[in-house]
Design a protein around this ligand. Sequence first.
Ligand code: PMT
Length: 399
Amino acid sequence: MLRGKKILMIVTGGIAAYKIPFAVRDFIRKGAEVKVVLTPSAEAFVTKLTLSTLSKNEVVSDFYNADGSWNNHIELAKWADALLIAPCTANTLAKMVSGTCDNLALAVYMSAHCPVFIAPAMDLDMYAHPSTKANIEKAEGFGHRIIPAQYGELASGLVGMGRMAEPETLVSAVEEFFIHQNGEQAFLNKKILITAGPTYEAIDPVRFIGNHSSGKMGYALAEEAARRGAEVILISGVSAEKVSYPSIQLIKITSAKEMYDEVFKYYDKVDIAIASAAVADYTPKEVSPEKIKKNDDRLSIELIKTPDILKTMGEKKEQQFLVGFALETHNEEEHAKAKLQKKNLDMIVLNSLKDKGAGFKGDTNKIQILTPNEKKSFDLKTKQEVARDILDFIQLKIQ
Ligand code: PMT
């Protein structure tokens, strides 16, 4: 979607500027052309050399160059298909909304007719200040798109809201815009619920029963669904994976019971539900409030069944297109077919631990898709490609 798109980036003087080279590199990898303008204070945080090397274009920060030539802010602004201001400091934001134009970057901004994306970044008190809030609202009122700051550790050592969104989120926000603009969005106006990752069932405050799921398969599905325009609710067990599309609502849970509760807050309103999580089938009947001491040679823990989330989804199914996963080790097809029927699914994605490179943790998977009357086998692929195959299949079914 970014191939051939002209992305103009304005970098202002905040510590998050050190992350901008990653965003430039990502845009270039995705086929975009990139030009960068720095505010004078941004030069203290990131070098022109780094940015010009990565963008393959000259980086400018002043109206005039050493040789007396000048940088035409109007031409730069006209060149761009999208303008991304990141990081955007409180100072530049205030100048943008008040029409102050005391550097090249602001002159470029004020001359731009293309969509403008703003990624604010500042310390938590500055971000929470009423003037910043009002300026963000004003910028939104101008039709600009805000890429919200995030919660986390700040350069000051404080923890709170104000961290610039990660570089991949900046790139995805722009990409998402172009996808919408091109109308290439098979899942536009569709709500998709996806479960991902493992569940952990506590034994005591220290130990749990878990499994090897990394969340990679589910997160790849969520990213691909968002790329196709869907509003995604991703309910995930413990995972190191990240989402980049702002249209993904990420809800983190730990146990099967928590996953169940979250799923049924949203299930009745979604068009599609995909259960890729590896949910524990059993959980300790009682959780010891204190660490269990190793006094005996043996320890017995009584386990009880967890709620079968997917089966309940099948029982409550109305408008939803319901997709389950089956992770098998033997008699794969037979077991997957039984789950398809027993859980009242529209389709099931079978992966077998017998196939090298399939299943847990790795970056690849090998699947078969089964519906009540069809079967399709796929080669070993990356989980991103597998996510595409699954969503292509669903797309055909719901048309
Ligand atoms: O996360 P990764 O490391 O990328 O690995 C991906 C994966 C291997 C976890 C994924 O591809 C996968 O196979 N997910 C389903 C794993 C699983 O639990 O399969 P199952 O056959 O035991 O369960 C069948 C279906 O019922 C699944 O859709 C599961 O989400 C659902 N289920 C199971 C038990 C339960 N209590 N509630 C459920 O909803």
